[in-house]
Design a protein around this ligand. Structure first.
Ligand SMILES: [Ca+2]
Ligand SMILES: [Ca+2]
Length: 91
C-alpha cells in the first residue's frame, strides 16, 4: 500500500513537471500570480476576459497584451495562454 502511495506521488510530480515544461509557464506580474492580468490579487473572469480580448494577437497587433502571453508559444496569445490562466484560476 505504501509503495502504491509513493508511486502515485511520483506520477503526480512527474505529470506536474512535464506540464510546466510543456507549457513553459512564466510568472506574470510582481505579485507572482500567473494570470493576474489586472493586478488585483486574484485570477478570475476579468483576467480571462482580458486574455480573450487579446486572443490571436501578436506583438504587431493593436490588441496585443504582453501580460496575457503567459505560456509557450510566446509571441502569440492562443489557447495555451487561456488554459494556463484557467489552471491558475482563484475565483
Ligand atoms: Ca486579477
Ligand atoms: Ca502565448
Amino acid at each position: 500500500m505504501k509503495l502504491l502511495k509513493v508511486s502515485i506521488l511520483v506520477l503526480v510530480l512527474l505529470l506536474a513537471s512535464t506540464w510546466m515544461l510543456a507549457f513553459n509557464v512564466k510568472m506574470a506580474k510582481a505579485n507572482g500570480l500567473i494570470g493576474d492580468l489586472d493586478g488585483d490579487g486574484d485570477v478570475d473572469l476579468d483576467d480571462i476576459v482580458i486574455t480573450c480580448m487579446a486572443y490571436g494577437s501578436t506583438p504587431e497587433d493593436t490588441n496585443w497584451n504582453p501580460d496575457a502571453d503567459v505560456s509557450a508559444e510566446f509571441g502569440i496569445i492562443d489557447i495555451y495562454d487561456i488554459v494556463t490562466i484557467l489552471y491558475h484560476y482563484t475565483g
